[in-house]
Design a protein around this ligand. Sequence first.
Ligand code: C5P
Length: 310
Amino acid sequence: MTRTVRAKAPAKVNLQLTVGPPREDGYHPLVTVFQALDLWEVVEATPRDDGEIRITVDVAAGAPVDVSGVPLDESNLAWRAADLLARHYGIGDGIDLHVIKGVPVAGGMAGGSADAAAALVACAEAWDTGATRSELAALGAQLGADVPFSLHGHTAVGLGRGDELTPAMSHGEFHWVLATQTTGLSTPTVFAELDRRIAVREQVWSEFEVDREVMAALMAGDAVELGRCLTNDLEGPAISLMPRLSDVLDVADGADACGAIVSGSGPTVAVLARSRQHALTIAAHLRASRLADAVVTASGPASGTVLIQD
Ligand code: C5P
């Protein structure tokens, strides 16, 4: 009997995102601190015996996600994850993948990477490959720089392309408000805009390191401190490509947020609150401003990619 396996993978925010000069392969070296959030991409995997990989996509109940631009062919990251896994383990079967999206598309929160992570975990189980987590992380890194973190979850420092992970200590729960835009920003375009703005870098890249204040605030579980030291080198470039993001950040400031930052390459703005209640108040301000297409709350750190048991 064919069985369906389900896995869910988290979204992320970058608490620190420091970007170095482009490498020869086009990627940029990063010093980043990831936190996984409890917004999920779910992938349901059902083996098929004809060797085909098929994808369908849906929106999670109540999620502010527009899936009209999500490809259903080989360019979909979940499709590529299943294909890579099948080739790596010599699997002859195919798979039906049903992707249920809870993370904004092209929003700077690694929704596509989460699809790949969830597809890897669901397909590995559905095909009974016996793959270990570290084998899946190595395959994930071939699919995208953020895929290993989506598998890992929790809080981690990312070096290299962001795929060389070290777990970071974190205490308690942090409450976020996410102001999303229907129109996405292309990650390569935002990185290119950064390169254009800082053609000459004055500091030697190898001198950049993890912000100790971020680490201390995480250890202390102190949202006020963490809010003060959020940094993202891609924020300026994202704002110049979508100027209204600066107004969204101003509204968050006006609502007494602990801090607010463009998430990854944007355009989602991530706003840190003192408490769940404070997050709801900030969300109300952001909704009233009408500067965001949708506003949701989330908390972190969330787990990495896990199977969902029935
Ligand atoms: O790895 P992924 O496909 O998610 O990356 C998307 C794009 O983002 C890359 O093609 C590259 O242009 C940019 N990127 C980068 N440096 C990184 C991560 C991503 O330049 N460390």
